[in-house]
Design a protein around this ligand. Structure first.
Ligand SMILES: [Zn+2]
Length: 377
């Protein structure tokens, strides 16, 4: 990894931490404001309950005064009744007394009602007072906590800012400019490459870019998001365990009586390494020769009577290797003068497998347990 990129990785950590601390510091006053708002709500409730209690008290006093006045009137009427001359006047006074007594009863009922209400009001006031006390204590605790965290955060911020400034001094200017610009628009200036992908924007990288990042010899940017790319080998998934090592795979045996048979010859006269294909069809055998490496057909197809073993005995020397491979006649006609690379690969791979197998059987060592289980399975 380039030293600049290593420093950028540390710078990224510092930048992220500084941002987190700033956010935390900004968050605390908001939390306190929310609690204070709740506190103001509780205070208002308490004020309302207290005001209601006060109004009840005033009403009770007012009703008591009314009753006193009425009682005064009654005693006055009683005095007057001693001095009246006519029955009519007397009845009128009795009527007034009766009316005043009735008014007294109404006001007494009102006082009773107020007193019953007052019990409820008192409970409301008490509850609001308790709540206010608890909330006030809580807000004090929160404020204290906020002060403590903020002080801690400020210390950390100072440390991180110093670390950040130090790192920035060690990184070349144009790299920093690039990092800052992408950071501003995308929230991060660096992106890890994993599994051939930019983890910043999830876009697959071109193989050349991927290799450049892996090599870590130059600064590489993501074509799609412009982030500076880096590769961390410890994050690569471990290589898939090979269930069965290739060299232990048993190669299928070519069928001796197949109508089409492929052979490899390393020494075919002037052509050198070749692939031969023989076909038996209706009493006639045919032979085609292909260049081992290019797959180009060498010479024309040759037909002889009988099956190919009898018809072309000169082909089957000790060096000839029988290969696995089969293609339909129509398909091979389409190949024309050159077999496709896919077919060539099949034959090449089978030849390698045959050679490995041959090498193993000729070493005459005891087969391992794994080999035996593969062979029997
Ligand atoms: Zn990207």
């Amino acid at each position: 990894m380039l030293p600049d990129v290593e420093k950028l990785l540390q710078l990224q950590v510092a930048d992220q931490e500084i941002r987190r601390l700033h956010e935390e510091v900004a968050e605390l006053p908001k939390r306190i404001a929310a609690i204070e708002q709740k506190l103001a709500g509780t205070k208002a409730q308490l004020e309302k309950a207290r005001a209601a209690a006060k109004a009840d008290e005033a009403n009770r006093k007012k009703f008591e005064t009314v009753i006193q006045d009425l009682q005064g009137k009654i005693s006055k009427y009683r005095d007057q009744s001693l001095e009246v001359k006519t029955n009519e006047q007397y009845r009128a006074l009795l009527h007034e007394i009766e009316f005043a007594q009735q008014e007294i009863r109404i006001n007494e009922d009102r006082i009773l009602e107020v007193m019953i209400n007052a019990e409820g009001r008192e409970k409301q006031v008490k509850a609001a007072e308790t709540e206010l006390k608890a909330e006030t204590a809580e807000i004090e605790r929160e404020k204290e906590e906020a002060r403590r965290v903020t002080a801690e955060d400020q210390t950390k911020l100072t440390e991180w800012n110093a670390k950040r400034d130090g790192l920035r001094r060690e990184i070349s200017e144009d790299v920093l400019r690039r990092y800052d610009r992408v950071l501003k628009f995308r929230g991060s200036g660096l992106a890890e490459v994993r599994d051939h992908k930019c983890m910043g924007c999830q876009v697959m990288l071109r193989p050349q870019i991927y290799n450049e990042v892996r090599n870590g010899e130059q600064l590489v940017y993501c074509d799609s998001c412009q982030r500076i790319l880096y590769f961390d080998p410890t994050h690569e998934p471990p290589p898939q365990p090979v269930a069965e090592p290739v060299h232990l795979k048993r190669r299928p045996r070519p069928k001796p009586d197949a109508a089409q048979a492929w052979f490899y010859r390393p020494d075919y006269g002037e052509f050198g390494e070749v692939l031969l294909v023989f076909t038996n069809a209706e009493g006639t055998a045919s032979r085609c020769i292909y260049d081992m490496h290019s797959g180009r057909q060498l010479g024309d197809q040759l037909n002889r009577e009988g099956n190919y073993r009898q018809a072309f005995p000169e082909a089957f020397t000790d060096t000839a290797v029988r290969l696995n491979g089969f293609w339909e006649e129509e398909e091979m006609v389409e190949w024309a003068a050159e077999m496709p690379s896919a077919a060539l690969d099949v034959l090449h791979n089978d030849l390698r497998a045959a050679q490995r197998e041959h090498g193993r059987t000729h070493k005459e060592r005891p087969a391992t347990a794994a080999e035996q289980s593969v062979a029997s399975g």
